[in-house]
Design a protein around this ligand. Structure first.
Ligand code: SF4
Ligand code: MG
Length: 324
């Protein structure tokens, strides 16, 4: 199927020169039309930085040090998001690609009714819409995400966490973007609620036809809800494959470790039992394969040579065990 976003050789750092660290390294990734692409990895692996970098939402000292993010609009020619002017970028952000931030449900303005917060987005981005049209669209969006019309005039504190999360999703969808990026959208919610909201989002995607990049450390959610999964470690993508292939037959030792930390259907979540140690510090990234100090399979080339992501059939992996 057709690409919507093609990330090419993206590099993102924090700070410049000797003080700088590289947080996203040579990432190549394509989001196809209509798909849900999952991005997994422990915290600090570069997932959020990738999302913020590709939409140019990085706050200083975050800086893009190289690459392209080619966006394919529904009509017209593809363009590089990294070379848009500020005005074009504002347009791109809500109309073409919307983000639901980490902890978003706590970012609603406490002093405004949720209906006002939705219509304000329309006011800012669709100035030609009448007030009646804005109200109608806001009502329709809230209905789509499962919020009853009588809750339109509630204030955020009058809604449960799950409902606030739904409001944020409604807000992201209100300008009918082609792409919705969700960064750990549901971590503050209990597992049952997370599944319910994600299930609903996938249903909406089928009806409205947008694509999703879904970022989480919880690989079990990705296996359930995404079509394809990319796994990051130390700022790089180390494996990318259809969700079913990751689940049945992950090739990278790190992916296997993440799968080993699958929460049981019942009972408490386990730590990354398959992987001792913790993710590398960006300041002191190990040489060679950055996973080698934790890898149970590490062998001779691993500590000195960086394995590149090699494609085989519908999947790619960056590991000396698999590549030759
Ligand atoms: Fe482990 Fe070596 Fe593969 Fe890295 S390249 S994941 S250290 S086996
Ligand atoms: Mg994050």
């Amino acid at each position: 199927s057709q690409p919507v976003i093609e990330i090419r050789n993206l590099n993102v750092g924090y700070g410049l020169g000797d003080q700088g660290v590289r947080a996203v390294r040579d990432v190549n990734l394509t989001l196809h039309r209509g798909e849900v692409l999952g991005l997994a990895g422990e915290s600090g692996s570069g997932k959020s930085t990738l999302a913020y970098g590709m939409t140019r939402l990085l706050a200083p000292p975050g800086v893009i040090t190289g690459g392209e993010v080619i966006y394919h609009p529904e009509q017209g020619d593809p363009y590089d998001v990294l070379s848009l002017s500020d005005t074009q970028l504002r347009q791109f952000r809500w109309n073409e690609t919307a983000i639901v931030f980490q902890g978003a449900m706590n970012s609603l303005n406490p002093v405004h009714k949720i209906s006002t917060q939705l219509t304000d987005v329309l006011k800012a981005h669709e100035p030609k819409m009448s007030e009646t049209q804005r109200n109608a669209r806001a009502r329709e969006m809230l209905k789509l995400v499962g919020i009853a019309p009588d809750r339109m005039d509630a204030y955020p504190h009058q809604l449960s966490g799950g409902m606030r999360q739904r409001v944020m999703i409604g807000m992201a969808l209100i300008l009918q973007p082609q792409v919705v990026i969700m960064d750990e959208p549901t971590t503050a919610l209990d597992v049952v609620m997370q599944r319910q909201i994600l299930g609903q989002l996938i249903e909406l995607r089928e009806r409205l036809g947008f694509s999703v990049i879904f970022i989480t450390h919880d690989l079990s959610l990705l296996v359930e809800f995404s079509n394809r999964i990319a796994i990051m470690y130390g700022g790089r993508i180390v494996e990318e494959a259809p969700a079913s292939a990751i689940y049945r037959d992950a090739l990278h030792p790190y992916s296997k470790g993440l799968l080993g930390s699958f929460p049981a259907l019942k009972g408490p979540r386990r730590e990354l039992s398959g992987i001792p140690g913790s993710p590398p510090d960006l300041k002191g990234m190990p040489t060679g394969c950055s996973f080698h100090p934790r890898c149970p399979k590490a062998f001779e080339p691993c500590s000195s040579q960086i394995p590149v992501l090699e494609q085989k059939d519908s999947r790619s992996v960056a590991c000396w065990l698999v590549n030759d």
